[in-house]
Structure formats: C-alpha cells, structure tokens
Design a protein around this ligand. Sequence first.
Ligand code: MLT
Length: 410
Amino acid sequence: MVKINENYLKLPGSYLFSTIAKKIAAYQEANPDKAEDMIRLGIGDVTLPIAPAIVEAIHKAADDMGRAETFHGYAPDMGYAFLRETIAQRDYKDRGCRIEADEIFVSDGSKSDCGNIQEIFSHDNRIAVCDPVYPVYVDSNVMAGRTGEYDTEAGIWSNVIYMPCTADNCFVPELPKETPDLIYLCIPNNPTGTTLTRKQLKVWVDYANRVGAVILYDGAYEAYISEEDVPHSIYEIEGARTCAIEFRSFSKKAGFTGVRLGFTVVPKDLKCGNVMLHALWARRHGTKFNGAPYIEQRAAEAVYSQEGHKQVMEQVAYYKKNTRVIYDGLKEAGYTVFGGVNSPYVWLKTDDGMNSWEFFDYLLENARVVGTPGSGFGPSGEGYFRLTGFGTYENTVKAVMRMKALKRKK
Ligand code: MLT
C-alpha cells in the first residue's frame, strides 16, 4: 500500500495565514453586518496597484507574446539574462557586492525558494531559526523530517535550535550554544520589524565561516531599510560569499504578491566540502522549475527602470508612512511597540497579558481590526502581535483610532 510522508502529520494545525483566513471567513459569516467594516492588517499583502511603468512593461511583453518574431516559450531555468544582469548590477554591484548574473536564479517568488532550499541539504543537518520568525522555514523542515518531535505545550520542535529575539536582547539573536548547520536569518525580521547592523551581521558571517554553517538569508524586506548602517544584502559583509545564500522578492518592493517573482543568489564560492551549492541548486531548479514567465520577468526588469524605480519607491514610502502611523499612534496610546523603522511591520505587546490569539479575537471583536498573532511565528512571539503597514492609508488611520479608543475604554 502506498505510504504517505508522515512528517506532514506532525505539522500542528494549518499554515499560519491560512488559519487567519479561516477565522476571518468564520467571523464574516457570523457577523455579515460588520464584515464591510473590517480592516485587514494581518498578512503582509500590498494594497496599491502595480506601478504604471511596470504595467506598461507587462502590456508590451504581452504584445511580444502575440507576435511570432517576439514570442517566448519556456524561459531559461535561471531566468532571462536581461533580468539577471540588471539585478546583478543594481542590487549588488552598485552596492559594492561581488555578485555575477550567473549566480542569480530567478523564480516564482522567494517563499517557494525559502521553502525548497532545504532539499539540497542532508537530512541530518540541524537548523537554527530566530524566534519569532516567518513560519515557512520551520514548517518546510518539518515536512522534510528534520525537526524532531513537537512539544505542544511549549510550541517547540526538539531538533530545532531556537534563537530568541526579544525585547531583552533588543531583538538581536545571540550565537547559539549548540552548533547549527543551517542558519535562517530574515533581515529585516518578519515579524518583529527589527534588523541587524553591518557589525552585528558580520558576527554571523564570521561565525558561519568558522563553524562551517550556511546562512539562509531572507532579504524580502530590503526595500524598507531606512538606516545607513543596516546592510541591504548579506554580500555587503566580507566573507559572505563563502557562507550565505540570499533570497529576494519583488512582492513587498513592487507589489508583486499576485504577480509572483523573486530570486535567489547562490555564490559560486559557497561549497560544502568540494561540492558547489550553486551546482546543486541549478540541478534542482532545472529539474523542478520551468522558468518564470517572460511577461513577469519583463515586469521585474521595469522595476529597475528610471520611472519604475521612482514609482515603486514612492509606493514603499507610502507603506512606510502607514507603518509610522501605526507605530506612533499605538505608542501614544500606551502600547509597547517595536520595529517599524526598517520594515513594514510593527510588533506590539498584547494588552492585559492576553495571549496572542486571545488578543487577535479581542481586536477583531471590539475594533474589527485583523492582525497576526505573535505566537504563530514561534514560542517567543507569545504575548505579541504584528500589524502591517500594507493597508491603505485611510484604513490604517482608522484602525489606529479604533485601537486607541479601545485602550481608553480600559
Ligand atoms: C507575511 O505576512 O508574513 C507575509 O506576507 C507572508 C509571505 O510573504 O509569504
């Protein structure tokens, strides 16, 4: 009889954002009169339409697909040279990073790559994650059978090294006591919205090179970095070419959550023994992925054009303004808030010692505001809550006003 991958049965509940979507749907069904008035600041999904310069590129690429001379079938597995060369220049060389176009793998988004990358590593490797963090890293390793057993009470996996990032250590992970093989770093961090300076990141690069670990560096929120001493790429740090893989996304920078495009950088200097990880990822990519669509790669190319860049950075500024409204408004109301400066996320302490899910229900019930419970990102997220700056400005202001009013009622 066929056997299933039993590791899937170990996963507690459904994926965090699917659980939230189900809860919202149940609330809407039970309260049809309040559904309209609900403000969603939960999943980090953008609300502004795709910028005009990018829409124009999409139209043009669609026309290309309709003419024999410019039609494109399967894209090259790693992505078209026009996009990889642009990325190498603009995201890396212009920042002083030595990354070549043939070290860039274009994909259908960085969530897939963050989830799939573990496939090229041995089953025996131990992973270390910041706690709290984007749940895809742990969940994808659970599916692969790398995480041991789940302790329901504590919300932890026996074979995962958790690196708590809390107010006590200013959300800066400390080097773990046990030595990991794979270290996931999401910088700026999802969900806390906090980040690492160059000096702090250098500690991790040196550590990984010293112990022979690989850093899986998720830079999805890079466009939101405001502070000078925060690196935009791990390759700005000397030594990163021999220990780090970087994931980048167009979702939060250019509103591509529905378009789907991202890329992964695997430097050719990154080796395990004699094996180049670049060769393994190329093999995996070529076998399991048929190249991102031409139209989307042309759209991504337009993100770097003069007009496109200006327009997407205006959108980023809009979301950053929303984030500021949340941060300042909630702080003024007496909430304890973190993040928000180099990130579209504000991380706040729940009220009155409520746990994260109790606060989720309380806010939905009393303010019709949806956020994300901190415990969904790891055990150290318990007692915290995440709000995103990706809503509309009007809704963001309204949500903050409702939360302020709620606080006043207490
Ligand atoms: C989030 O809300 O954490 C993100 O939008 C999820 C994602 O990028 O997949």
